[in-house]
Design a protein around this ligand. Structure first.
Ligand SMILES: *[C@@H]1O[C@H](CO)[C@@H](O)[C@H](O)[C@H]1NC(C)=O
Ligand SMILES: *[C@@H]1O[C@H](CO)[C@@H](O)[C@H](O)[C@H]1NC(C)=O
Ligand SMILES: *[C@@H]1O[C@H](CO)[C@@H](O)[C@H](O)[C@H]1NC(C)=O
Ligand SMILES: *[C@@H]1O[C@H](CO)[C@@H](O)[C@H](O)[C@H]1NC(C)=O
Ligand SMILES: *[C@@H]1O[C@H](CO)[C@@H](O)[C@H](O)[C@H]1NC(C)=O
Ligand SMILES: *[C@@H]1O[C@H](CO)[C@@H](O)[C@H](O)[C@H]1NC(C)=O
Length: 527
């Protein structure tokens, strides 16, 4: 099937994509929509000439290639679409492995650093003389079967089709390098790498396609699909400054108590304090305060002072003095939080958007839900969320300490699914994602395969959906090691994080050694 665009329009779209993506960095899309578990962006060095081992000049890292991917793996007669990829043979030598990575739920263009030794991917390739590939996931960026993201077009956006893409790519691609047509699995060992959702996809692929990849590395892999994912905020609560945690809990408890009372005067005064009087729904008001906690997801060992620290300092540092572990208490923390919110944070979050557009979730005709144009990672991800994985980031159960409002429960997000995709989920219903089916198909927490290296970080807000979740006690085994650093979300994918955090470096060293061992065991097979 002919693609609906030509090369020139691809280049124009690429420019638009770079701009549009700024709005969805770290999964931030609209002020009140659950975060994506995205892989941190690592760009390749710009303008650096790429040179192979033997001194030959190679194409730049940002050279885009197109692969003819099947639209529907259950019905190849539907034809193909152009799936973008990037690759480098910088370290390649005959006999070396092919290192395949997809960033998952994002436009893949800014991820070219995952070709280089700025990431674990390139470290592995450098050590084992491999070739690296970054493959854009179907329905993200410019890798789309159809020209829009309408419900009709999203028909083939499933986890299983994405797994099948990886297999078909590995078995079919002729890599743009000398001898690149003789590097299929069986001819060369393949290594699959992913982080976050694509880390889960890596695990799912090892379960679903045995013997395809000789080795795999899954960072912060959210393998267990969970509808009511209040556990997102648990690692944050455990590792944030104690005083800040105590005060956030006190403020939220107070807001929940007032918002569930009939005291309109007190309700209105809290709304006014945060300049959210125009919002009619109190779950939107209280839910918006999750943003300060969501900022934790942008932290890494090398990220330095960020929005999360500024928030805690705003609550805890008074006249240059920092509160003790119990915090200052409600009387200081509530107005301090509101002052921080209205004193710049709101503008950072929403730009010049009014509060109803940015934080309201009850207007079904708002553009956020109705815009079906491509390269909208939030929309594509939400399709997977509403159907297969859930991960709604809500208040903790009643007997558990909570950093976020209990007014926000799965129904809050399930209602939004009906606005995004009314043709699939009629408005007025509350569609529950099929998480049980997903966990059954790919084994969730209980996956147990060979040659799969799991890396996690204690401070990762997605940890509760990984094999390092509290209370699960999954064991590290030689075939499926589980290595945990003090890092955050996917911290171990980045070389820089290893350089500043010894626990991350230890995970990376263990991974390099383990994967080298698995690759050494590989033997070619006849095709
Ligand atoms: C790659 O990056 C260089 C330097 O920023 C730029 O001039 C060039 O147009 C880019 N090439 C592609 C194919 O994007
Ligand atoms: C990373 O790769 C670059 C070439 O792309 C090389 O110059 C550099 O020495 C490598 N870094 C390490 C630590 O090996
Ligand atoms: C040098 O390396 C490049 C890239 O791996 C390869 O295409 C080329 O054949 C090599 N040249 C020689 C003379 O080995
Ligand atoms: C109190 O909060 C400040 C500011 O975030 C932090 O630097 C400090 O470590 C915290 N102290 C305690 C005891 O929690
Ligand atoms: C409060 O919100 C209104 C409109 O939503 C805006 O015009 C105004 O600048 C905001 N005030 C503050 C102090 O942020
Ligand atoms: C809902 O959003 C649409 C599109 O932005 C707008 O035209 C309409 O006025 C909004 N409705 C309400 C009640 O705010």
């Amino acid at each position: 099937m002919a693609p609906f665009w030509n090369l020139a329009s691809v280049l124009v779209l690429a420019l638009a994509a770079a701009l549009a993506d700024a709005k969805t960095v770290d999964g931030r899309l609209h002020g009140n929509i659950a975060r994506r578990p995205s892989v941190p962006i690592v760009p390749a060095p710009v303008d650096a000439p790429v040179t192979s081992h033997n001194g030959t000049a190679l194409p730049p890292y940002n050279q885009t290639y197109l692969f003819d991917q099947l639209i529907d793996h259950t019905n190849p007669s539907l034809g193909t679409f152009k799936q973008r990829f990037w690759t480098t043979a910088e370290w390649f030598e005959k006999g070396g492995p092919v290192v395949l990575f997809t960033p998952g739920e994002a436009n893949a263009q800014p991820y070219s650093g995952y070709l280089t030794n700025r990431t674990i991917n390139g470290q592995i390739a450098q050590e084992l003389n491999g070739v690296t590939i970054v493959l854009e996931h179907r329905y993200y960026g410019l890798s789309n079967p159809y020209p829009d993201l309408s419900v009709k077009s999203l028909k083939f956006h499933t986890i299983q089709q994405a797994i099948d893409d990886l297999e078909y790519f590995a078995k079919t691609v002729d890599l743009p390098m000398a001898g690149g047509d003789a590097l299929k699995p069986g001819q060369a060992p393949w290594i699959l790498i992913g982080g976050s959702y694509s880390g889960a996809l890596t695990g799912f692929t090892m379960v679903n396609k045995p013997n395809l990849f000789q080795a795999a590395y899954a960072s912060s892999a959210v393998v267990e699909s969970i509808t009511d994912y209040w556990g997102y905020f648990e690692p944050i609560r455990q590792f944030m400054p104690q005083n800040c945690s105590a005060d956030v809990q006190a403020v939220i408890a107070h807001i929940d108590q007032v918002f569930t009372s009939k005291n309109t005067k007190e309700i209105d005064s809290i709304k006014a304090l945060f300049n959210m009087s125009a919002l009619t729904h109190l779950d939107d008001v209280a839910g918006a305060l999750r943003n300060n906690l969501w900022d934790w997801q942008s932290l890494s060992p090398s990220s330095g002072y960020g929005a999360f620290h500024a928030f805690c300092d705003a609550l805890e540092v008074k006249n240059g003095v920092s509160a003790g572990p119990k915090g200052w208490g409600l009387a200081h923390a509530l107005p301090a939080w509101a002052a921080h919110w209205t004193g710049g944070y709101y503008t950072d979050l929403c730009g010049d958007e009014d509060v109803v557009t940015c934080l309201g979730t009850y207007n079904a005709t708002q553009e956020i839900w109705t815009d079906t144009s491509i390269d909208n990672a939030g929309r594509s991800w939400t399709w997977i969320v509403c159907n297969e994985v859930g991960f709604y980031q809500e208040g903790a159960p009643i007997n558990h300490p909570t950093l976020v409002t209990r007014l926000v429960q799965p129904a809050y997000d399930e209602r939004q699914c009906t606005y995004w995709f009314p043709e699939a989920f009629p408005i007025g219903t509350l569609p529950v994602p099929r998480v049980d089916q997903t966990n059954k198909a790919y084994h969730g927490w209980f996956m147990n395969v060979n040659h799969l290296f799991f890396a996690n970080g204690h401070r990762d807000p997605w940890r509760e959906a990984t094999l390092a979740a509290d209370g699960t006690n999954f064991r590290s085994t030689p075939g499926q090691p589980l290595a945990i650093s003090d890092g955050f979300h996917c911290s171990d994918l980045s070389t820089t994080n290893g350089n500043v955090d010894a626990t991350v470096l230890a995970v990376q060293k263990q991974a390099l050694k383990t994967i080298a061992g698995w690759i050494a065991e590989w033997k070619p097979t006849k095709h």
